[in-house]
Design a protein around this ligand. Sequence first.
Ligand code: ADP
Ligand code: MG
Length: 255
Amino acid sequence: MVTLLSVRNVGKSFGGVRANDSVSFDLAEGELLALIGPNGAGKSTLFNMINGQLCADAGSILFQGKELIGLKPREIWALGVGRTFQVAHPFNSMTAIQNVQVALMSRDRTIFNFWRLGTHYGREEAMELLRQVSLEDQWDKPCSTMAYGDVKRLELAVALVHKPRLLLMDEPTAGMAPHERNELMALTKQLVVEKKLAVLFTEHSMDVIFAYSDRVVVLARGRLIAEGTPTQMRVDPKVQEVYLGAGNTFAEHVG
Ligand code: ADP
Ligand code: MG
């Protein structure tokens, strides 16, 4: 196993709130790692430190051996760390393929120009990316008319534009119907295998975690309290306790 991301003793406080407190874990190439924990556990904070939106107060975040703390989001993106957003926000008035074309222009540092969207800029590459997320039939559809699950797959195509090695997905299936969740995660899993991507994702649905994650890291009140396979996490007393504290047993989440 080749370590891609190494998080070591990472800390972040907001005033008196320790959103992350000495968090450490590794992520290997080709691994789908779920980051779970009750609301307020510090998951989004950790994501935002990895992608450079937030600067950690302490510790180290190594990506392929390179320190990410202190780098700007764009620099981290250029190193091969992609992300999707909790709320999908494509340019609604544009079609599916135009959204991918804009991302290609940004990657290639081509001056953004609406007139070029009518041209063939990156069209073949954009179409191939749409094919990879099974949206080729909807290439000409305005995003405003696409189903939510399809918009999320488009977002994935956009994230793949610069060929990331690691993809960060914060609550990718939020707001989705169960069948859409499964489609998105099955597609993600397929991309992990085909492109040797690694994925770090947060997820509330235990069904999704059990079906698709290779390993699980559990945060509670800013601290990493457990890590292991989904099956190990299901029976871990510390994990059950934090979910009990949240008013639910872990088994109920699963069920
Ligand atoms: P999660 O994503 O696991 O729900 P977050 O990382 O969003 O958790 O939040 C962890 C803790 O940090 C919470 O107590 C939250 O209120 C606090 N927090 C997060 N972001 C900020 C911020 N920008 N300013 C102040 N407090 C924040
Ligand atoms: Mg969050």
